[in-house]
Ligand binder design. Structure first.
Ligand code: ADQ
Length: 770
């Protein structure tokens, strides 16, 4: 565990910001990588209290002592190496992160492998990262996790170290809900992300997509402005468009006019230069860019011999099958164009397939007439910003795909749709012919934008946002009871002289299911309830909104009290007859039914349930956005047209209900407790709005436990039905105290009043806040 001198900020990314090279003679050299993320985060490492956890690259060639030396050297630079085995690299990095997540997050459904592999290794490596981060971070430290390779880390780390401020930044796009749902592990991935206090994305569109995914997922998530509320937490979402190291590119560009590199890219007189600079990736739109260039040469024969396209591509991920075939496709198109148009004096496409050092890159940017940044999909695209920073001469045209995140910021670029080959060709022609004054005007505006928000400002604003988000999350967090609190609670309950259990059914004893009819009790639950009912001096009651036939069929064989339709019908143990104990006035029913039926017909997936004292309109299974809107409309109509003193309208968990007035679970509580003596321990568990009536009617010394998220007056909170069952099992495991009190039960001295008390009047002392 982290000691007192442990880091206050820990960065985590798949790769460390250095590249380790091992020469044939075994010499180790470390070169700083200058990718966008590395340059953005490296300045943070100047602080002695910062660490970076990541993979240093393949070091299989090193012996044990060399590896120890390497690790020591990395640690001296505040880098914490996490070595991956070749098997882990293949499965976690190549197969799952690059083979599955990369195409999915970029909305390339057709690039998804027929059979996705690598998930279990992806989980295992994410766990290794989480464990390492948990071990190095100081108490309460900030941890900033980067990118799609580590999407499970926030959730895993949250369980290990709830004290940390956890931020996550996604460098790639977040796709629409229809795309994200293709991922077989979508729930696990989303749950992983939601362990963060703050999730940062490049654009407002990606934030919108993530919110839509969260509201579609059945993780009890509630979308709440730019935040997602879910069991136990509030995760904020923020837009943080990444910038670049502007000064560095300005410096390089100033030198570029003079050096060797400049000569390489000096333009032959009268020839205009189009340039593309990309990682060789199918998201970057290189084939369509080639087609647009070919179209340009077809439509404008006068440009032949007077333009050339320099395409620089860094080979990338060539062990992933989708990349190998893509590579072949690009080369085929280039050969076709050069074959069709080249002359002895002129080659239309110059293909440079290697990484270029920063100086040469800056020289190339300086020589550009039109830079082609035409991705099909790109999180941000830093090349566009590097080009702008490299043009203090306020010249050169940026042609930018509307599907790059950068297009959200760089409105003065020439924006194109890369799918529109004719349109892109026409835009290139226009850019080539653009008058100097317009070029200057556009570039000046672009430079203002790029220089105003460099990469340092980006990382600072994210970390400030993280601090704010962590405070909000702390305030808004519906606090889950700790295992210590649960232990104490169980002990108190189990050692009481007499115990009454008041249990809600759906969402408390069983999880919600797509069809309410399918939420039947399983063997484990039936055995658990039977054992509790058989426990000495223990009474068990199930209070549900369900009808009495269903409750009777499912739980009727047990020696427990059953209360159907929120207390209209009751059946006392052992196996007493059902008695109607409330209700009767049904004047509201016909009007309500007409309105609810109409809304059901207008809402695909909704269904109407008839109960003897209530009508329930369920929208579980309806598109979440639409369902929510329809539910609100329905509630408004019912309140307007039906609501009177004979009935009430309730908005529950994906249900709108109209029921006879004065019927609620609180009434059941009063009837059940009438015969109980002082000193009886009462434990009530529920998850829904209707259980708040139950909690409100409890005597002061009773224990209320809320299941799941959402507001509640209960003093304790657990996450899910599985936790409820675990608690009940724990009660069973403790033998009840031996000597029962003799004589008739003394009546309870303190009883809640007959009418429903206000919530503030029924506070049970909550456990101390964490
Ligand atoms: P990338 O997909 O790698 O990054 P990008 O933003 O364009 O894409 O960054 C590429 C970097 O590589 C740039 O710094 C560029 O200079 C450099 N580069 C490209 N070709 C090169 C070459 N031939 N030689 C040398 N260097 C070259 C991911 C997301 C992006 C997002 C960034 C940052 O996919 O959408 O912008 O992270 O969040």
């Amino acid at each position: 565990m982290a000691g007192p001198s442990a880091p206050r900020l820990v960065l985590a990314a798949n790769r460390l910001p250095v590249t380790v090279r091992v020469s044939a003679g075994g010499r180790i050299t470390l070169a700083e990588s200058v990718g966008g993320v590395a340059t953005g985060l490296l300045p943070l490492l100047k602080d002695a209290k910062v660490r970076w956890v990541g993979w240093p690259g393949a070091v299989e060639g090193l012996g044990l002592s060399e590896r120890t030396r390497l690790d020591a050297e990395l640690r001296r630079r505040r880098l914490e190496p996490l070595h991956l085995t070749p098997h882990e690299v293949e499965q976690y990095y190549e197969d799952y992160a690059n083979g599955v997540l990369w195409p999915l997050l970029h909305s390339f459904a057709d690039r998804l492998p027929l059979e996705p592999t690598g998930w279990s290794t992806y989980q295992a490596v994410n766990e290794r990262f989480a464990r390492r981060l948990a071990a190095v971070a100081a108490p309460g430290a900030r941890v900033w996790v980067h990118d799609y390779q580590l999407m499970l880390v926030p959730g895993l780390l949250r369980t290990l170290r709830p004290d940390l401020r956890i931020g996550f930044f996604l460098h790639v796009p977040f796709p629409g809900a229809d795309m994200f749902r293709l991922l077989p592990q979508r729930d696990e991935v989303l749950r992983g992300l939601l362990g963060a206090d703050l999730i940062g994305l490049h654009t407002p569109g990606y934030v919108r997509n993530l919110l839509a995914v969260a509201s579609a997922a059945d993780l009890s998530s509630v979308v709440d402005g730019p935040a997602i509320r879910h069991v136990g937490r509030l995760t904020s979402l923020g837009v943080f468009p990444m910038g670049i190291d502007v000064e560095r590119f300005e410096r390089l560009a100033a030198r570029a006019g003079k050096g060797e590199a400049a000569k390489t890219f000096r333009r032959p007189h009268g020839v205009q230069v189009l340039v593309g600079v990309d990682r060789l990736d199918y998201t970057k739109g290189i084939p369509r860019r080639m087609l647009a260039y070919e179209r340009l040469l077809d439509v404008h024969p006068e440009l032949r011999g007077r333009v050339r396209l320099v395409q620089v591509a860094v080979p990338s991920r060539d062990r992933v099958p989708a990349y190998r075939s893509f590579h072949a496709e690009v080369e085929r198109l280039i050969r076709r164009i050069n074959g069709r148009f080249a002359t002895t004096e002129w080659v239309p496409v110059h293909w440079i397939e290697r990484p270029m050092d920063a100086e040469s890159l800056a020289a190339l940017y300086r020589a550009v007439d039109v830079l082609l940044v035409t991705p099909i999909r790109d999180g941000m695209n830093l090349v566009a910003k590097e080009f702008i920073a490299s043009r203090p001469d306020e010249d050169g045209v940026l042609l930018l795909s509307e599907f790059a995140g950068a297009a959200d910021e760089l409105a003065e670029a020439v924006i194109i749709n890369p799918y529109d080959i004719d349109g892109a060709a026409a835009a290139i022609a226009r850019s080539l012919a653009m008058p100097r004054a317009e070029r200057r005007l556009r570039m000046r505006a672009l430079r203002e934008r790029v220089t105003a928000r460099g990469v340092m400002a980006w990382s600072e604003s994210f970390l400030e946002g993280l601090d704010r988000a962590a405070v909000i999350a702390g305030e808004a967090r519906p606090r889950l009871a700790s295992s210590l609190e649960i232990d104490q609670l169980v002990e108190r309950v189990a050692l009481s002289k007499r115990l009454v259990l008041l249990l809600d059914y759906d969402g408390t004893l069983v999880p919600f299911s797509a069809m309410p009819e399918l939420a039947t009790p399983d063997e484990e639950l039936l055995a658990l309830l039977a054992a509790l009912a058989g426990r000495p001096r223990t009474a068990v009651h199930v209070l549900s909104g369900r009808d009495r036939q269903t409750l009777g069929r499912w739980l009727g064989a047990l020696d427990i009290g059953l209360h159907a339709e929120h207390g209209v019908w009751s059946r006392q143990p052992p196996h007493g007859p059902w008695r109607r104990v409330a209700g009767g006035d049904t004047r509201w029913r016909k009007r309500a039914r007409d309105i609810m039926q109409r809304m059901r017909d207008e809402t695909p997936g909704a269904r109407l349930e008839e109960k003897s004292e209530a009508l329930a309109w369920h929208w579980r299974g309806v598109d979440p956005d639409f369902g929510n809107r329809q539910a609100k409309r329905l509630e408004a109509q019912l309140v307007e047209e039906v609501n009177d003193e004979t009935c009430e309208v309730l908005l529950g968990h994906r249900v709108v209900e109209v029921r006879a007035a004065g019927i609620h679970k609180g009434q059941v509580v009063r009837r059940v407790l009438e015969r109980e003596s002082v000193g009886t321990c009462i434990l009530a568990l529920g998850d829904d709005r209707t259980d708040e009536d139950l909690f409100a009617a409890l005597p002061q010394d009773a224990i209320a436990v809320h299941v799941g998220d959402g507001e509640s007056a209960a003093g304790y909170r657990v996450a899910a039905p599985a936790d409820v069952r675990r608690m009940l099992q724990m009660i069973l495991a403790i033998p009840p105290i031996r000597s029962p009190r003799r004589g008739p039960p003394r009546r309870r001295a303190q009883r809640a009043p007959a009418s429903r008390p206000s919530r503030s009047g029924t506070r049970r002392s909550p456990p101390p806040r964490r």
